[in-house]
Write a protein that binds this ligand. Sequence first.
Ligand SMILES: [Zn+2]
Length: 194
Amino acid sequence: MYHHLLRDASFWVFLFTVDQGLADDAKARGCSCGGRLHCANYPRKPRGGGTDLPPCYGHRLSFCCERDGCRKRTTPPSVRFLGRKVYLGAVVVLVAAMRHGPSPRRVRELTQLFDTDRRTIARWCIFWREHFPQTAFWKLVRGRFVPSLAVADLPLALLKAFLHRADSREDWQRLLEFLSPITITGGLAIEGMF
Ligand SMILES: [Zn+2]
């Protein structure tokens, strides 16, 4: 089953190391003005990861340009945090997917497993099926899937496309890295809207 890994603290530690790699890349590139980047993490209180979530989940990795007059913020993509959503990105994908398909998990079971509630789960399902398919990101990447993924089957179709082995960290890593462009500012912009 897909959800066992998300109950395992070592999985969250693993995803943090992936985020550290993404942050290292951003730091190496530096600011667009040519300035160096300094650590300026955002405090976070993510939900859905259980009670033994590692302390490194208390912040999202982010940087600030060191140059006076610039000080521009650079927040690298993340496999942990889905934009401003309070819940961990993997939970937002998985719970919405588990509500879907031929034998959906009951809401009560999901709320207990992932410390969420009926309204939040309903919002995620709307997000995946109504907002996400309209984003510039999805319009750019959807052609990669052969056969194509039906919008009505999101996000379960994404889960099935990426997760081939039960409880594979690497499969989750590939899925979350694929989605990581939507985790930065403007990443969920709808095509044609500015
Ligand atoms: Zn700068």
